[in-house]
Design a protein around this ligand. Structure first.
Ligand SMILES: *[C@@H]1O[C@H](CO)[C@@H](O)[C@H](O)[C@H]1NC(C)=O
Ligand SMILES: *[C@@H]1O[C@H](CO)[C@@H](O)[C@H](O)[C@H]1NC(C)=O
Ligand SMILES: *[C@@H]1O[C@H](CO)[C@@H](O)[C@H](O)[C@H]1NC(C)=O
Ligand SMILES: *[C@@H]1O[C@H](CO)[C@@H](O)[C@H](O)[C@H]1NC(C)=O
Ligand SMILES: *[C@@H]1O[C@H](CO)[C@@H](O)[C@H](O)[C@H]1NC(C)=O
Ligand SMILES: *[C@@H]1O[C@H](CO)[C@@H](O)[C@H](O)[C@H]1NC(C)=O
Ligand SMILES: *[C@@H]1O[C@H](CO)[C@@H](O)[C@H](O)[C@H]1NC(C)=O
Ligand SMILES: *[C@@H]1O[C@H](CO)[C@@H](O)[C@H](O)[C@H]1NC(C)=O
Ligand SMILES: *[C@@H]1O[C@H](CO)[C@@H](O)[C@H](O)[C@H]1NC(C)=O
Length: 742
């Protein structure tokens, strides 16, 4: 049987021919790609299948994996041959490297049954994602035999039994999500042995016991989610040696005893949720030191004492829920004055005195009811007319904090010139990699990114661009920068944080970047399914014409994007081509590839200038100048507008002259109409003036003399005059445009 499939004849590898406009399409994983980088200084791009048939052991394990699952919807129908398809891309949900299965990814497939114990045979398995199915039985302890396992996503299934302690022997495990199952028993303390584990989610099960001490000392766990279980006993007070915890969600359990003061050593904490437990005692003043805390939920416990005045230091706090406790004293005014809370609730306590007006005006009375002596938060709870008796609570003890405060000031002053802290970093991926998201991002993790399916879209001087499909179906464009061409990491991060924040409807937005542990760098952008303007214009059949309004919309959008780069961001593009202008689904252009030279070392940039330019977009003076400027960008813009007008690519041979020269020679010979794309000419009677005026403008932009070229702002303005936004082609509006007579 073993020989049966190994002997099978391998068909010849698919051959790819590189034709102009024909992008080569390869399928593989970014993760694989990074593995390539890690192992080879010169990355080898692999095609969908490395040509190696699945190993006998993995094949056997796959068969028994399928056998023990119930597949009512037939998703595993493709697992039908004698092994050939397993690694060559034929089997749904399977990815391999060198004949070994590295990813099994079958979420939302309605699968039942259970996971085979042969799972331990997948020695190369990195990711097992079976969430949102109906799989039951116990979680096989054999998963603990997988030395390469990084992600185990089994949430929203029907697993029973307890968590196998053997999982603690997965040295590379990063994400363990077993939430929403029916697991019982305790948390194995061996999980603390997983030194790469950063997300541990055991929520919504029936787990019991307390939190093992080794877990509280983890140096890797960032997210610890234990909510909706049957945990009980005291919360351990041994936190603080590992300082990376950001989120502790322990709500809806039976934890009792005091709120451990050692939690305040976890200086990265952003979220604490302990609601619906049996916590008693008061909140220690030290909690005011959790300077990154955004959300603090202690509701439905038995906490007494007053709201600590040190809470005034929780400058990032957005949400404070203290409802249903036994708190006494007044509500400090700083909660309204100094903090900017978007959610606040102290209902059902034993608080007294007036509610600060900033709070009563922001939150409705349900946030305050159930406190017998609290007043002023609704018409039916007026305060006695002696407001002067209610002083502000004393400010926090500044003397005691003197040292710490000074230190903070210094740090701030020193940080002035530096880039802002990255908006959201999460360590993940390959040991020590870092993913930083920019605004408007999709919520993927480094793990998601590295496990995405990727296809090559193109290569350029600075690197290779891939289309990556994340597990949830979202698509992003990922640019892998060539090695050893970027600035050092600190400078790189400063620059990338500037470029990454640029937002304009005609500039392609950077969504995130990833820094691998060995210096690999990935930039993540919006994916534009329509591809580049170059492809759109030049790689289509006669049956798909591009009308004039569309071409004009593209010209205006490009000018608007370039204008924003020049005037608002002080960035010269330097390589504007129709391949670097992408189109969204509405044919709105997005300029790509701007600002990249800022990320590169001076040496790399000078090499680039020396080699660039054969493309037909380069201003003639650049051969001497060696440095692009706004006028060389305008030249490139002019070439692209000529492309839109003529339908010709600057790369096309036109009797040995470039596109601007060719156009100029024809116009000079007064065959002007010959210059336009034929398909535009059928509407010439209506749009003739617009065509001529645009042609005139474009020739202006490609004037051999830089000083004769307009700045992009003027180009934009003239395009808008030639064809006003709501395209009023009748009446007097048209006459306002420049007339073409010569
Ligand atoms: C195996 O499954 C694939 C995908 O469903 C199908 O195209 C192919 O015909 C099947 N082959 C056999 C031998 O059933
Ligand atoms: C893992 O953790 C357990 C208990 O915390 C410990 O006894 C053991 O030595 C650790 N190492 C391994 C490899 O399991
Ligand atoms: C944990 O799992 C629950 C339920 O699946 C989910 O709502 C929550 O966002 C998860 N938390 C973390 C930190 O992964
Ligand atoms: C959860 O704990 C409570 C009391 O601590 C107990 O009564 C209940 O049976 C437990 N539930 C499960 C599913 O273990
Ligand atoms: C609040 O304290 C009172 C008196 O000590 C006690 O009777 C009551 O049960 C406590 N309420 C809560 C919610 O802990
Ligand atoms: C307060 O927070 C809201 C959103 O939660 C924000 O819009 C507003 O600008 C913030 N105000 C200040 C003064 O920070
Ligand atoms: C509420 O606080 C008052 C003092 O402010 C105290 O006399 C009373 O016993 C408290 N009630 C409860 C239920 O704790
Ligand atoms: C405050 O908490 C109580 C109890 O959970 C809830 O009924 C009420 O809607 C909350 N009010 C606000 C403004 O959050
Ligand atoms: C300029 O853009 C082209 C695509 O139009 C690309 O092939 C080339 O590598 C880019 N050059 C630089 C220096 O970025």
């Amino acid at each position: 049987m073993e020989s049966n499939f190994n002997q099978q004849k391998t068909p010849p590898p698919p051959s790819f021919s590189i034709k102009k406009q024909n992008l080569m399409v390869f399928q593989f994983h970014l993760l694989l790609l990074l593995t390539c980088i890690l192992n080879n200084p010169i990355p080898v791009v692999t095609q969908s299948w490395d040509g190696i048939i699945v190993t006998a052991s993995d094949f056997e394990a796959l068969q028994s994996f399928k056998q023990e699952l119930i597949d009512p919807n037939g998703f595993l129908k493709s697992w039908n041959d004698s092994g050939y398809g397993a690694c060559s891309g034929g089997w749904e949900g399977i990815k391999c490297a060198q004949g070994q299965v590295i990813v099994i990814q079958l979420p939302w497939r309605g699968l039942g049954g259970q996971i085979t114990s042969k799972i331990g045979q997948f020695q190369a398995l990195r990711k097992l994602s079976l969430h949102d199915n109906l799989i039951g039985g116990s979680i096989p302890k054999e998963l603990g035999f997988l030395p390469n396992l990084r992600g185990l996503q089994l949430f929203r299934n029907r697993f029973t039994g307890s968590i196998p302690p053997a999982l603690g022997s997965c040295p590379l495990l990063q994400t363990l999500d077993l939430s929403r199952n029916s697991l019982v028993g305790t948390i194995p303390e061996t999980l603390a042995n997983c030194s790469k584990l950063y997300r541990l989610n055991l929520s919504s099960n029936s787990l019991s016991g307390s939190i093992p001490l080794p877990i509280t000392k983890s140096n890797s766990i960032i997210f610890l989610a234990l909510q909706f279980n049957n945990f009980s006993g005291l919360l351990p007070d041994s936190w603080g040696s590992g300082k990376v915890f950001q989120s502790l969600t322990f709500d809806h359990n039976f934890f009792s005893g005091a709120l451990p003061v050692s939690l305040t050593k976890l200086t990265q904490l952003e979220e604490i949720s302990l609601s619906h437990n049996q916590i008693s005692g008061s909140v220690a003043v030290e909690f005011g030191g959790l300077s990154k805390l955004k959300s603090f939920d202690l509701s439905y416990n038995s906490i007494d004492g007053s709201i600590p005045t040190t809470f005034s230091k929780l400058g990032l706090l957005k949400s404070l829920n203290l409802a249903h406790n036994n708190l006494t004293g007044e509500i400090p005014t700083f909660l309204g004055e100094k903090l900017n809370l978007s959610s606040f609730n102290v209902s059902y306590n034993n608080l007294s005195g007036p509610v600060p007006t900033q709070l009563s005006s922001k939150f409705d009375s349900s946030a305050f009811i159930g406190n017998l002596d609290l007043c002023g938060y609704s018409p039916s709870t007026p305060c006695q007319a002696s407001p002067h008796h209610h002083h502000h609570l004393p400010p926090p003890n500044t003397k005691r904090e003197g040292g710490g405060k000074k230190k903070g000031d210094d740090a701030e002053a020193g940080g002035k010139g530096r880039a802002e802290a990255p908006p959201q970093a999460e360590p993940a991926g390959e040991a020590g990699g870092k993913l930083v998201h920019f605004e408007g991002t999709m919520g993927f993790t480094a793990d998601d990114l590295l496990c995405a399916t990727a296809e090559i879209m193109g290569k350029s001087t600075y690197g290779t661009v891939y289309k990556a499909t994340l597990e949830d179906g979202d698509q992003v464009a990922v640019k892998r920068l060539r090695e050893k061409i970027t600035k050092n990491q600190r400078e790189f991060e400063i620059e990338v944080n500037l470029v990454g924040k640029i937002r304009h409807p005609n500039l392609l937005a950077m969504r995130a970047y990833y820094l691998g542990p060995k210096g690999e760098k990935l930039l993540v952008f919006d994916y534009m399914p329509k591809g580049s303007l170059s492809t759109f214009l030049h790689a289509r059949g006669p049956e798909t014409p591009v009308d004039w309004p569309t071409r004009m919309q593209i010209a205006k959008g490009m000018a608007s994007g370039l204008h924003s780069l020049h005037t608002h961001h002080n960035i010269i593009h330097g390589n504007l081509t129709s391949s670097n202008v992408l189109l969204d689904e509405n044919n709105n252009p997005k300029i790509a590839d701007f600002g990249l030279s800022r990320l590169m070392s001076a040496a790399a940039n000078s090499n680039v200038i020396a080699t660039a330019g054969a493309l037909g977009y380069r201003a003639p003076e650049l051969s001497k100048l060696k440095k692009a400027n706004t006028k060389t960008d305008v030249y490139s813009l002019g070439v692209i507008i000529l492309e839109l007008l003529t339908g010709k690519s600057p790369g096309e041979a036109m009797d040995g002259v470039d596109l601007p020269q060719w156009v100029a020679s024809i116009v000079k010979e007064e065959w002007t109409n010959e210059v336009f794309d034929l398909e535009l000419m059928k509407d010439a009677s209506v749009i003739g003036d617009e065509l001529l005026n645009t042609l005139k403008l474009a020739l202006h932009c490609v004037d051999p003399s830089p000083s004769a070229r307009p700045e992009v702002q003027l180009v934009l303005q003239q395009l808008e005059e030639i064809r006003p936004e709501s395209a009023m082609s009748s009446g007097d509006d048209g006459a306002a445009g420049p007339s073409i007579s010569e």
